[in-house]
Structure formats: structure tokens, C-alpha cells
Design a protein around this ligand. Structure first.
Ligand code: ZN
Length: 256
């Protein structure tokens, strides 16, 4: 089994067949080429919440997407999960990191930035990926949340602020029962559009606003940051969250 096949999360046979037909050149009976999305994480999420880590939880939620080859990659894999042939084959990458941002090699960060800025690959950063090296490099700012981080089990009410945007299609305002609270201000450039706003309700009943979904264009690429996704809660199994990713992937690939 080749490295590429091994990484394929769903529909491995189809992906392998497509790759073969591409290598052989055009064939009259070749199936349409699937686009590829890579779900990347660093392997640090607690096993009792995410038994197969967050990359697999996000990939599972993307499995209904038609025309997409959904693959997983981990910092613990060879080439930090992203050998050139895999990275160069992706239309979109979804990035989740938390404890090991500094382990990501500069060479890989540069390749990711090149793929987004020069080649139009979509980049979706979620939760603590705001502090990941590729996200910071794409934004060009420190990307911290200056009000701090509180894992106090607050809920967050996520509200749709861009009802006509493809990322919000079919999504109504929803609540995530427990999350980690990132407090404004967010040290990133002003987004082109606020897609989801949010209001936390703290255990003491107080409320606090915090933006939950924002988009930017960076060179030729589209970037989406989605704040929910703390590893101590099953947020990436929640249906509304999964729909956000199913909408965001084709948008980030310039298909919507
Ligand atoms: Zn967290």
C-alpha cells in the first residue's frame, strides 16, 4: 500500500484509481478528478474525547461531501504528515494544533504559505490553530486573543452574521454547550467578512462577546478561521459544526 493510499480516509480505491488515471494522462473513460482536502492535527487531543484524534473527527464529518477525497494527516507522520506529493495535491487544508505549534518546521510553513498565496490552496484554521505557525504566517500578525483563554466550561451561542455566504448555507444560530473561551481582541487583520459571531455564557451567568468565524483572502488563497473546537469537548462531532466544515471546504477551494 502506498503512502498516499494509506492516508486516504474515505474512498481509497476511488482516489487511487483517479491518481492512476491522472498519471497515465487523459483517458476517455476517466472518472472526473476528485478534489482533495487534508485534515491535519498534531495528535494531542485526549483519547477519551477524540479516540482517533481531531483530524479523523473532522474528516468523518466531511465524508458526505461529494466529489471530495478526504484524507487525514498528523504531525506524527513522516514529513510531519505533509510530504510534497500530498500537500501539492490538496485544494484545501484544515489545521488543528495546540501544544506543538513550535514543532512544525519552517520549511513546511513556507511550503504551506506558498501553496495558499501563490497557488490558491484554501486554508481553514480552527480553534487553537489561531496560534499555529502557518496561520500566523498567512495573517502576518501575532494572532493571539489578548483577553486570554479560559477553560471554564462556558457555552457559546454562535450566530450567523453572513446569511448569504456559502459557509452559512443551511445553518441557523446554534449553541455549543461547553467550550474554551477566547476573549477579544483578536490580533489578526480585520476580516473581510464576519461569518459567525458569538456570545459566551460563563458559569456565573455573565456573558461575553467573541467572534467565532472570519474570512480573509491571502494572495490567491481563501482563509477561514473557526474558533470552536476545544479538545476537551466533543465539538467536532456536533452536527452544526460539521455542516460549517462541509460548507467551508468547497468555498475555500473557490468552488462557491
Ligand atoms: Zn482549547
Amino acid at each position: 500500500m502506498s503512502e498516499m493510499d494509506r492516508r486516504t480516509f474515505i474512498g481509497g480505491g476511488v482516489a487511487a484509481a483517479c491518481a492512476t488515471s491522472l498519471m497515465l494522462g487523459t483517458q476517455a473513460d476517466a472518472k472526473p478528478q476528485k478534489r482533495r482536502v487534508i485534515c491535519w492535527s498534531e495528535g494531542t487531543a485526549p483519547k477519551n474525547i477524540y479516540p482517533a484524534d481531531i483530524n479523523h473527527a473532522i474528516a468523518e464529518g466531511l465524508s458526505p461531501l461529494k466529489g471530495w477525497d478526504v484524507v487525514t494527516a498528523s504531525l506524527n507522520d513522516a514529513d510531519q504528515g505533509l510530504p510534497d506529493d500530498l500537500l501539492n495535491s490538496a485544494s484545501v487544508i484544515i489545521w488543528w494544533g495546540h501544544m506543538r505549534h513550535d514543532d512544525v518546521k519552517t520549511e513546511l510553513v513556507n511550503k504551506l504559505v506558498h501553496r495558499v498565496k501563490e497557488e490558491g490552496m484554501g486554508f481553514i484554521g480552527t480553534h487553537s490553530a489561531h496560534w499555529s505557525r502557518p496561520f500566523k504566517a498567512l495573517m502576518g500578525t501575532p494572532c493571539g486573543w489578548t483577553g486570554g483563554y479560559n477553560e471554564d466550561g462556558s457555552s457559546v451561542a454562535v450566530s450567523v452574521k453572513a446569511p448569504k455566504h456559502p459557509i452559512t448555507k443551511g445553518i441557523k444560530d446554534f449553541v455549543i454547550p461547553h467550550t474554551e473561551r477566547y476573549t477579544e481582541r483578536f490580533e489578526a487583520p480585520d476580516p473581510e467578512q464576519l461569518i459567525f459571531d458569538g456570545v459566551y455564557t460563563l458559569p456565573n451567568g455573565k456573558t461575553e462577546p467573541s467572534r467565532q468565524g472570519m474570512i480573509w483572502t491571502v494572495g490567491k488563497g481563501r482563509v477561514f478561521y473557526f474558533q470552536p473546537g476545544h479538545e476537551s469537548y466533543p465539538i467536532y462531532f456536533q452536527e452544526e459544526v460539521r455542516q460549517v466544515f462541509r460548507n467551508a471546504v468547497p468555498w475555500a477551494a473557490h468552488l462557491k
